[in-house]
Design a protein around this ligand. Structure first.
Ligand SMILES: Nc1ncnc2c1ncn2[C@@H]1O[C@H](COP(=O)(O)OP(=O)(O)OP(=O)(O)O)[C@@H](O)[C@H]1O
Ligand SMILES: [Mg+2]
Length: 255
């Protein structure tokens, strides 16, 4: 479980996050949603310690991130897997070498064992066939799967994904969502995903934090999202006609 308490962050006097309080649960896909520029990436960067908040606290299963000693911080960092916008694979390495990279950096296991672990992760994301190909030789969806395999190579307790679906067609995006959800449950990770993809909200929104202009407006799950009376949330979710129709159908069903 990751807890964010009273987190505030500003850049050049402009407040980007205002006293955010949120809990992200273990074994669940926790979503941070909101319009472009609402502060999702800045919040995620604060959570992983890439930038420092002006005030507030972040707890990883009770461990306080801010002010953590270097040794403890190094241990925590190894418990984090990351999947950032774009898949950020190394172009000069094969898929297998990409997945082995964090193991080569941090694991003391023998080459054979590291290779075995990387192969296991590639198998888990159904990409073993492509292990000897280079990123330029595989599709966008395959790149995401390779990046997921790399993110889970060190068996992380916490997984962070910033817009994991960007650039994918809707069907492939759903497959990637399902994969992230399944490994979250399987490995009991605390997973936080930034998204503005409504399909993801409906598909894997087990715990959703909605941010508007740096303020947490609402928190709930995918069922509650469809029936909430929060105006700002509805304006965001039902900006598309399709979701407006789904909500109307849901309301009719309840009457
Ligand atoms: N390093 C920085 N210096 C100054 N301002 C920044 C910095 N990083 C982010 N911001 C500002 O903070 C605000 C929130 O940005 P953020 O990237 O978190 O938005 P977002 O919700 O992730 O948007 P998107 O959906 O487009 O990725 C924006 O107005 C952005 O310009
Ligand atoms: Mg962002």
């Amino acid at each position: 479980m990751i807890e964010v308490k009273n987190l505030t962050k500003s850049f050049d006097e402009r407040i980007v996050l205002h006293t955010i309080n949120a809990v992200f649960e273990t074994g669940k896909t926790n979503l941070i949603i909101g319009r472009s520029g609402s502060g999702k990436t800045v919040l995620l960067k604060n959570i992983i310690g890439l930038i420092q908040p002006d005030s507030g606290e972040i707890f990883y299963d009770g461990r306080k991130l801010i002010g953590m000693k270097k040794k403890e911080l190094n241990i925590l960092r190894r418990e984090m897997g990351m999947l950032f916008q774009g898949s950020a694979l190394f172009d000069s390495m094969t898929v297998l070498e990409n997945v082995m990279f964090p193991l080569n950096m941090f694991s003391k296991d023998s080459y054979k064992e590291r290779e075995k672990r990387a192969t296991f992760c590639l198998e888990r994301v159904n990409l073993l066939d492509a292990e000897h190909l280079y990123p330029s030789e595989i599709s966008g969806g395959m790149m995401k799967r390779a990046a997921i395999a790399r993110a889970i190579a060190l068996n992380p307790h916490y997984l962070f994904c910033d817009e994991p679906n960007s650039g994918l067609d809707p069907k492939t995006a759903l497959l990637i969502d399902d994969l992230i959800h399944d490994i979250t449950v399987e490995y009991k990770m605390t997973t936080i995903i930034n998204t503005h993809d409504m399909n993801s909200v409906i598909n894997i929104g087990e715990n959703i934090v909605f941010i508007k202009e740096g303020i947490k407006e609402w928190q709930g799950d995918r069922r509650q999202v469809m029936t909430s009376n929060n105006q700002a949330l509805n304006d965001f979710i039902f900006a598309s006609d399709l979701f407006k129709k789904v909500k109307e159908a849901e309301n009719d069903r309840m009457i």
